[in-house]
Design a protein around this ligand. Structure first.
Ligand SMILES: C[S@@+](CC[C@H](N)C(=O)[O-])C[C@H]1O[C@@H](n2cnc3c(N)ncnc32)[C@H](O)[C@@H]1O
Length: 228
């Protein structure tokens, strides 16, 4: 999965203005089947906040936060304290610029510190870059770091893997697809994998279908919430 790291490391902000559009673009949600505009992004953040019960004064930590597009949208809704970790130095620098009072760390998700704890520990659009073994380590740390719940969104569903890859191949064309994604595989998850991981730690896991408004990937993705 190290090829992905090179790609994300190349991303940083050379734009003067840092607004939600800029952060969404830097976090890779600006093209093709993965496109989400700012209006739909804000709706997505509001709906996840509602599912998790995020409210005024909450503390929210994001694993693989990138430039912080998700946290930024949450902060537009509620006065919350935020933190995040991401292995892209450029994206972490932008997140710190966009949210100067946040606590942002450059590092791999599996190096996540369990302390300090945050009310909510989330991850949006990141687990596809992990191997299953790595994901298990990250998830365990997320469960330990959270006081109230863990939310993971935009997880590729193994049940619809063939259709998801056919869509990406169709949009790009077979040659461009092979060129673009050579050595850049995604990991797809069985929904039951998350249930089992949560159960091992004595928790239950609620699973929901992809629900970002107007997002072409919805039927290939799911989300989970682990309440403690
Ligand atoms: C699609 S972006 C999503 C960013 C952000 N979560 C959002 O919703 O806007 C994926 C992010 O995962 C980060 N990432 C991928 N693998 C990682 C790892 N092993 N450790 C830390 N960050 C990782 C990338 O650097 C990138 O910022």
């Amino acid at each position: 999965m190290s090829n992905w790291k090179e790609i994300w490391n190349r991303r940083n902000s050379d734009e003067g203005v840092i607004d939600l559009d800029t952060l969404i673009k830097l976090d890779g949600y600006d093209t093709g089947a993965g496109r989400i505009d700012a209006t739909n992004w804000r709706r997505h953040a509001a709906s996840i906040a509602n599912r998790l019960g995020i409210n005024n004064g909450a503390t929210v930590y994001e694993v693989g936060c990138g430039s912080g597009a998700f946290l930024y949208a949450l902060r537009e809704l509620f006065p919350i304290k935020v933190g995040g970790i991401d292995y892209s130095a450029g994206l972490i620098a932008t997140a710190s610029q966009a949210m100067p009072d946040g606590h942002f760390t450059e590092g791999g998700a599996a190096t996540l510190d369990i302390v300090p704890q945050y009310d909510f520990v989330i991850s949006n659009g990141v687990f596809h870059y992990f191997s299953l073994e790595y994901a298990s380590e990250v998830l365990e740390r997320m469960m330990k770091k959270s006081k109230i719940s863990v939310g993971i969104m935009d997880i590729p569903d193994v049940a619809t893997k063939d259709e998801a890859e056919a869509l990406r191949r169709g949009i790009l064309g077979p040659e461009e697809y092979n060129e673009k994604y050579k050595g850049l595989e995604h990991t797809y998850y069985a929904r039951s994998w998350f249930e089992e991981q949560a159960k091992e730690h004595g928790f239950t896991c609620k699973i929901f279908d992809g629900c970002v408004p107007n997002y072409a990937q919805n039927s290939f993705r799911f989300g989970i919430i682990i309440h403690k």
